[in-house]
Design a protein around this ligand. Structure first.
Ligand SMILES: NC(=O)c1ccc[n+]([C@@H]2O[C@H](COP(=O)([O-])OP(=O)(O)OC[C@H]3O[C@@H](n4cnc5c(N)ncnc54)[C@H](OP(=O)(O)O)[C@@H]3O)[C@@H](O)[C@H]2O)c1
Length: 331
């Protein structure tokens, strides 16, 4: 804890760069402006998008210096002008463009959701982005139904593993796609019915074999990249491709003729849409996920928990694909 009332301990970047360029130390303590809530941060997620932002390769750009960290869990510390609740001291989860890797973070009041009793801080931080993304992608966007088959790429990544658990909870048949048998074993432990290691077998052929030649109803895809042609070919008649992200690096062009010939749909899914334009759906998603957690239907895999000093190490592990599950900082 910083001794100066106007400063706090935080992880910050002075310029776009690498995890090794991050600094840890005193940083101006934020306050809650009009319409904002100040949160005393208890847990904050470290994720792929933080690495992209730090590298200057994400759609969200920052004024320097900035504190990274979009996924926040903690308690309400102060309410800005015009904000009527939740009351100071209420446990909350929240999303922001950054700011989570410090003792305090301000968040727009519309981006703060109360945490139910029994949901701990690391779980709330893990749920607020990875699980909401997966639920919005599978349920609201993809319209996944019980009994349908869903293919999930990056199935042991933060978002992908959440999608495996959620799709299983929704009663779908889950085909997990990952780069190693070890990763597929983890996906199986989390609810995947089948696994495809795309480094050793052809993805499309394996999916066709698993689906009696029909293909999948929904593809949930945080990877795209070089897997995209096979993912597209794996879609059944009327299949829905939910595009979540580009962890694979490449941003592929969509061949519209291949959508047309099987009545397939390509669906972009970004959380900002639900957060800012569909707040009722977002709130329902947050409620459903917390209830599923309390019922034991989903269980975020927290791979690492550590103090702010661990931020560079966690981020390197994520960007080098060595971390399975979520890494959490506790300021
Ligand atoms: N649409 C939205 O609103 C939204 C919200 C959150 C995150 N995202 C995006 O979703 C993507 C995944 O996020 P995440 O937090 O799940 O990331 P993550 O934990 O790092 O997982 C990414 C997965 O992608 C796979 N992958 C394939 N090629 C890769 C490569 N060249 N580099 C890194 N990973 C590669 C890896 O699995 P294998 O090695 O098994 O293939 C890895 O497990 C990111 O692009 C992120 O920006 C989008």
């Amino acid at each position: 804890m910083s001794n100066d009332i106007d400063t706090m301990r935080a992880v910050f970047a002075r310029a776009y760069g690498t995890p090794q360029d991050l600094e840890i130390g005193d940083f101006p303590k934020p306050s809650a402006g009009p319409g904002q809530i100040l949160i005393a941060v208890k847990a904050a997620g470290v994720a792929f998008h933080d690495g992209l932002q730090l590298a200057g390769k994400h759609q969200i750009k920052h004024q320097m210096p900035y504190v990274p960290g979009m996924e926040i869990a903690g308690t309400v510390a102060a309410l800005g002008e015009g904000v009527e609740g939740p009351a100071v001291g209420t446990p909350v989860m929240a999303l922001n463009q950054g700011g989570g890797w410090g003792e305090y973070a301000w968040v727009d009041q519309s981006q703060v959701w109360p945490v139910l009793e029994g949901v701990d801080d690391p779980t709330a931080a893990a749920i607020c982005m990875a699980y909401t993304t997966s639920h919005c992608g599978l349920h609201w966007e993809g319209g996944l139904q019980a009994g349908e088959t869903v293919l999930i790429t990056g199935a042991t990544g933060g978002v992908g593993l959440a999608a495996v658990q959620i799709a299983h909870a929704m009663g779908a048949k889950v085909i997990a796609v990952a780069s190693s048998d070890e990763r597929l074993a983890i996906a199986a432990d989390n609810g995947a019915d089948h696994g495809v290691n795309y480094t050793s077998v052809g993805l499309k052929d394996a999916v066709m074999e698993l689906t009696d030649g029909n293909g999948v109803d929904v593809a949930f895809d945080p990877v795209m990249g070089s897997l995209y042609p096979d993912v597209l070919s794996s879609l059944a008649w009327g299949g829905r491709h939910v595009i979540i992200g580009f962890a694979g690096g490449e941003i592929p062009q969509i061949p519209s003729n291949r959508l047309l010939v099987k009545n397939r749909r390509a669906l972009g899914m970004v959380m900002r849409y639900y957060r800012y334009h569909k707040p009722d759906m977002m709130r329902e998603t947050v409620d459903i996920l917390q209830r599923w957690y309390l019922d034991g239907q989903i269980r975020p895999l927290i791979a690492e928990i550590g103090p702010l000093e661990k931020a560079p190490e966690f981020l390197v592990e994520i960007m080098e694909r060595r971390l399975i599950g979520r890494a959490i900082l506790e300021p």
